[in-house]
Design a protein around this ligand. Structure first.
Ligand SMILES: Cc1cc2nc3c(=O)[nH]c(=O)nc-3n(C[C@H](O)[C@H](O)[C@H](O)COP(=O)(O)OP(=O)(O)OC[C@H]3O[C@@H](n4cnc5c(N)ncnc54)[C@H](O)[C@@H]3O)c2cc1C
Length: 416
């Protein structure tokens, strides 16, 4: 008896992790991805994978050693700077204790590398590129079956499990809930500096090996080192959704736009912080940030579910999104694997086992997503509050001093 047809919509970290885990357990599935091929889009910046989420999923996927080949443990060094340039905390200047297998052991990996590891682990044909889903409908003739309609007019029928791993603007979500992402109140101006060691040695030294943050009322600067000798900077402002159109900045002229952002929103910051933005001249992308309601749930529906951003889109202010997506994939895979024999036996009778697996997964996911969405919402408030940097620095200092038994004197960071 063949397996039920499982369709995963979206080849992001969530969808690919699920496909790999199912493949390892001999459960066939197909991933439908909108992009033309793996090179269509630069996948963006760096991600830190947490031991109990992203790392665990990769271990169970048999890909942990490959992850460790590219992982950058030093990439989690944090530096916090006040708007006037005063350095509140700088782990680049401290002898950081080696983190054992605990929640603080979160090496960074570039998103492209993570995606390549996952893509290369899948058998040929599992991913169908250039298959942009336009909508999905329940089959009116057969209960528990779905038809997928694609933007090019093609369709796939008789699907018994549709997993929406298609990110923020999911086409699967409307089958489960009316909720749509809303604007979080923050827009990020993402800018890049490439070949920093050679071309921007000052920037390279200032940002350090990991992330450098400035939090302040209504604005933040976040600069992160990436693996390919580049630095990605977000100059973020708390502004209305239409700010990008209404602010009078010509975004097509990147140099002028960067200068206008600094002059208009960061003018009283230290020269160093302004230089972080002005020196990052290689790219400019506007990112209005959206989120789903914290604690979103829906009544379980047999044969359809969501993982990752499609299920619980969050802003990036706690750096957990990819971890929750990969943990979702892991738990859904466990639920399906646990029902594997039943899946085969009942595949063409009543879909009962799939429904049970979806329910089991969603019960766990709603709780885990809420916990992380709450943490992210707190992170959003912290990043854009006057004392956010100081608060974070106190926490990092307490953790360091508890772990090492050493008192940190601020002069070790220098005054600016
Ligand atoms: C600016 C920014 C910075 C971030 N930084 C971090 C960070 O530091 N740490 C962290 O953990 N998280 C971070 N995140 C969040 C993280 O990127 C996401 O949580 C994660 O990528 C979610 O993975 P996913 O697989 O659910 O969705 P996605 O990564 O969004 O993947 C969805 C996939 O579905 C495809 N797709 C979309 N629509 C369709 C369609 N109609 N048909 C077929 N395919 C479709 C897309 O092309 C894509 O390949 C950040 C997010 C942003 C926006």
């Amino acid at each position: 008896m063949p397996f039920p047809k499982i369709a995963i919509i979206g080849a992001g970290p969530g969808g690919l992790t699920l496909a790999r885990l199912l493949q390892r357990n001999n459960i066939p599935c197909t991933v439908y991805e909108a992009e033309r091929d793996r090179h269509t889009r630069n996948q963006g910046g760096t991600l830190d994978l947490h031991p109990k989420a992203g790392q665990r999923a990769l271990r169970e996927a048999g890909l942990f050693d490959q992850f460790m080949k590219y992982a950058r443990p030093e990439g989690d060094a944090d530096k916090l700077v006040r708007y006037d340039g005063h350095v509140l905390w700088d782990e680049n200047k401290l002898d950081m204790p080696k983190q054992s297998d605990d929640e603080n052991d979160k090496p960074e990996i570039d998103r492209n590398q993570l995606r390549d590891i996952l893509l290369d682990s899948l058998k040929p044909g599992v991913i169908q590129w250039d298959r942009k889903v336009s909508h999905i409908e329940a089959d009116p003739r057969v209960k528990g079956r779905y038809s997928i309609y694609f933007a090019d007019g093609s369709q796939e029928t008789d699907i018994e499990l549709v997993v929406g791993a298609d990110g923020a603007w999911s086409k699967v979500r409307p089958l489960l809930t009316d909720a749509t992402p809303f604007y979080s109140g923050v827009t990020g101006v993402e800018i890049w500096a490439l070949n920093v060691r050679e071309k921007h040695p000052w920037l390279s030294e200032y940002v350090g090996e990991g992330s450098c943050f400035m939090f302040d009322e209504g604005r933040a600067i976040m600069a992160q080192r990436n693996g390919n000798d580049s630095i990605r900077v977000y100059a973020c402002v708390r502004q209305p959704e239409m700010w990008r159109e209404d602010c009078g900045i010509d975004w097509s002229d990147h140099d002028a736009a960067r200068e206008a952002v600094v002059a208009g929103y960061f003018a009283n910051c230290s020269d160093d912080l302004k230089s972080v933005v002005l020196e990052s001249r290689d790219e400019l992308i506007l990112r209005p940030m959206y989120m789903l309601p914290v604690g979103i749930t829906w009544p379980s529906r047999p044969g359809v579910t969501l993982i990752g951003d499609a299920a619980h889109l969050m802003t990036p202010f706690a750096g957990v999104g990819v971890n929750v997506a990969m943990a979702d994939a892991l738990v859904l895979a466990h639920a399906l694997i646990g029902k594997k024999d039943g899946l085969v036996a009942k595949a063409f009778s009543d879909g009962h086992n799939i429904a049970a697996a979806v329910k089991e997964y969603e019960k766990w996911m709603f709780g885990f997503a809420r916990e992380n969405a709450e943490k992210t919402f707190k992170g959003l408030q912290l990043h854009f509050s006057k004392d956010g940097g100081e608060e974070r620095a106190v926490k990092l200092r307490e953790r360091y001093e508890a772990q090492t038994g050493t008192k940190v004197v601020e002069s070790v960071f220098g005054t600016t």
